[in-house]
Design a protein around this ligand. Structure first.
Ligand code: FNR
Length: 182
């Protein structure tokens, strides 16, 4: 397809709500968009000493980000910020200095939590990091998803009420990527 999107899920948990959200929302995209979740759980802890000799998993991450036309971050909130595993992945693909894979890639930011603010603070922290990395992130609509019973049906799809909201999010995201993709 025309637009390949790298999906970065900020949770490594087997039954992650955020991964389920990522799997469900991509079904709302038009056919010229394809999505692939990048693996971040096998990355070493970032160490600047390794910049000249990166691990295979780091090379893979950078290649996948470089090949993508757009980014989609779907992340939980950990202690009012983004999980360390997500920051670790972001740091890896931002280096060596001057060779960041992120720059200029249009992004969408979503998150799900059982908590009432639905990852709002984590997303705000993430937006700060993305601004520095020169990643244009869709501002509206915001997607602070509160997980409750019935959000996902048996097939993993999103229930009707939330689906309408997320369909609009996806439509705006698609337009954003088309506008900013190189
Ligand atoms: C959490 N959780 C959480 N939730 C929230 O809304 N705000 C927060 O600051 C935190 N902090 C936090 C820290 C740590 C270390 C953990 C493990 C959890 C709860 C969190 O939203 C919940 O575990 C989600 O289910 C995590 O997302 P996934 O793994 O289901 O995608």
């Amino acid at each position: 397809s025309q637009y390949q999107i790298a999906v970065i899920v900020g949770s490594l948990r087997q039954d992650s709500f955020n991964r389920r959200l990522a799997n469900a929302i991509v079904k709302l995209a038009p056919p010229e968009f394809s999505f692939r979740q990048v693996q971040i759980g096998d990355l070493p802890l970032y160490n600047q000493d390794d910049d000249a000799n990166p691990a295979e998993s780091v090379k893979r991450l950078k290649a996948e980000i470089t090949a993508a036309q757009g980014l989609m971050f779907v992340t939980p909130e950990y202690n009012r910020s983004i999980p360390g595993v997500l920051k670790n992945a972001i740091d890896h693909a931002s280096r060596p200095y001057g060779q960041s894979a992120w720059a200029g890639k249009p992004a969408g930011v979503l998150g799900a939590s059982v908590g009432a603010i639905g990852t709002a603070m984590a997303q705000q922290h993430l937006r700060n990091v993305l601004a520095y990395l020169d990643v244009p992130a869709l501002g509206q609509p915001e997607a602070f998803i509160q997980v409750r019973d019935g959000l996902f049906d048996e097939a993993g799809d999103i229930d009707t009420g939330s689906k309408k909201f997320l369909q609009n999010w996806m439509d705006q995201y698609v337009a954003w990527v088309k506008k900013h993709a190189a």
